[in-house]
Design a binder for this molecule. Structure first.
Ligand SMILES: [Zn+2]
Length: 278
């Protein structure tokens, strides 16, 4: 019996130790599986969650890059890459020996025209356009010894326009009328040009609205003005206001009003160009 007992107890011990072994084996397997789950979890985090934040970051960067692209377009002068949208000619009327209209307060049209032309130039360049000015100084475009200065001056302006092949041309002037009470902006276009009429309409509307003109005019067709007749560009003449009206003469010299006029002309041009682009 003793032997049998011993034998049984040995069997139990073996069984027990075998059971322990199983338990040990099971513990090891569970550990491995837990490790596998842990690694899988890390992989999931790496594969799905982090790329998501990466995508968000990329999206934010694209927006930021888009923004800076917009900034570049709006500030071509800053990046030194202006003019990608095309060329616009600005013609400051008169100059040199030709003062244009002289207001009752003594202001010369040629000086005001240049002020407005330069302001408009800045606004259009900020929008990405290349601007060609027919003049940037007080001087006219004629030679001093030229017998017919006015004719040469006008021919040279048209030559600059033709050589620039612009999207459009804006000639800046100040108006005059025998009745001193007459005031407000007036835009002219060559009567036989549908595109010039559209541009004139857009600029006239922008000026009427943005300057709060009490008696707004409509754009006016013309067949005699040299620059309208002789240039093949889509050209308008913008008469900013009447120098024969003393109140308007004073207003036209105020920088705040000059900025508003330039902005309105610029907006009218941009509106026209936005409709013209196919
Ligand atoms: Zn003029």
């Amino acid at each position: 019996m003793k032997n049998r007992k011993r034998c049984v107890s040995r069997v139990f011990r073996r069984a027990a130790s075998a059971k322990d072994g199983v338990i040990k084996n099971m513990d090891q397997e569970t550990g491995v599986k837990l490790l596998q789950y842990f690694m899988l979890g890390i992989l999931l985090v790496l594969c799905f969650i982090l790329p998501g934040t990466g995508a968000k970051r990329t999206a934010r960067e694209s927006v930021r890059q888009g923004g800076s692209q917009e900034l570049r377009e709006n500030d071509p002068g800053g990046s030194g890459s202006g003019g990608e949208k095309g060329t616009i000619v600005i013609d400051a009327g008169h100059g040199g020996d030709d003062p244009g209209m002289i207001g009752p307060g003594g202001v010369n049209e040629k000086e005001l025209n240049l002020v407005y032309a330069k302001k408009l130039k800045g606004l259009l360049e900020a929008q990405g356009y290349r601007v060609v000015m027919t003049r940037e100084t007080e001087d006219g475009l004629y030679d001093a010894d030229q017998p017919n200065k006015k004719a040469q001056d006008m021919e040279r302006r048209v030559k600059i326009i033709e050589e620039s092949a612009p999207l459009l041309t804006v000639s800046i002037h100040q108006n005059s009328y025998p009745d001193a009470s007459v005031s407000g902006p007036q835009v002219f276009y060559f009567e036989h040009s549908k595109e010039a009429e559209k541009l004139a309409s857009s600029v006239q509307s922008a000026m009427n609205q943005e300057l709060g003109i009490e008696r707004p005019r409509t754009q006016k067709g013309n067949t005699t003005y040299y620059i309208l007749k002789r240039s093949s560009s889509v050209t308008v003449i913008v008469e900013c206001g009447f120098l024969t009206n003393p109140q308007e003469e004073a207003k036209l010299q105020q920088e705040e009003y000059q900025d508003r006029v330039a902005r309105a002309v610029c907006d009218g041009i941009l509106e026209y160009l936005s409709q013209s682009v196919v």
